[in-house]
Design a binder for this molecule. Structure first.
Ligand code: SF4
Length: 220
């Protein structure tokens, strides 16, 4: 597959996971705050700098966030936490993200282990495995990557699978840091979900510190 345009066109037609296809389309417009809006309701391609040195790798689209807007981490509480901190770290051209707003990520690319919204944000093992083929293709389009920042355990384990690393030797925890071949790095953080940020499990300070570490390791 050649280039982002072809990747995007093939990915957005994917219907490999029947449960997720039904959910991503079925939840459209079901939340009172977004009733009547036209939802993206397809697989969500990554977003950011094609020359990125830092990857942020999430779990899956939120039903009324990126499944609605079509841009990763955009339109829900996860994005409202993440984007201002990317901006504070000097990794984004503005504090907020809205489709079509001209936002540029600076040396950063965002994507996720699963590209269709799952019920209760919980993809099955089979769905994670199915989408890992898309991850392989998407990562191959980003040859400058030096740092892979996993957001949450599912993302961490999906990246281990991509690199052929054993889970027992590379456990997930907030702040985990493992070297990868070629002078690259795997860093891991708690996910930026509302569940973590509203309970104080992940604070702005904790996440900014991880972002700045990742930025320095990436040479940005
Ligand atoms: Fe395709 Fe991934 Fe969506 Fe499954 S989750 S339907 S593999 S894009």
């Amino acid at each position: 597959m050649e280039g982002f345009t072809e990747f995007r066109s093939q990915l957005t037609a994917c219907r490999l996971c029947p449960r997720l296809v039904a959910w991503r389309e079925g939840v459209a417009g079901k939340k009172r705050a977004h009733r009547g809006e036209v939802y993206w309701a397809r697989p969500v391609p990554g977003f950011g700098d094609p020359k990125a040195r830092l990857l942020l790798f999430g779990l899956a689209p939120g039903a009324h966030g990126s499944n609605r807007t079509g841009r990763p981490f955009t339109g829900d509480a996860s994005g409202a936490f993440l984007y201002p901190l990317l901006w504070e770290a000097g990794l984004a051209s503005q504090r907020e993200s809205l489709p079509g707003d001209g936002l540029r990520l600076l040396g950063v690319y965002l994507t996720a282990a699963v590209r269709c919204a799952p019920p209760e944000n919980r993809p099955t093992r089979e769905e994670i495995l199915a989408c890992s083929a898309w991850t392989r293709v998407e990562l191959a389009l980003l040859p400058e990557l030096r740092v892979y920042l996993a957001l949450g355990r599912v993302a961490h384990e999906a990246l281990l699978e991509q690199f052929g690393l054993r889970r027992s030797a590379h456990p997930f925890f907030h702040g985990a840091h493992y070297p990868l071949p070629g002078g690259r790095h795997l860093l891991s953080s708690y996910h930026v979900s509302r569940q973590n940020t509203q309970t104080g499990r992940l604070t702005r300070e904790m996440f900014l510190e991880i972002l700045l570490r990742a930025k320095a390791l990436a040479g940005l």
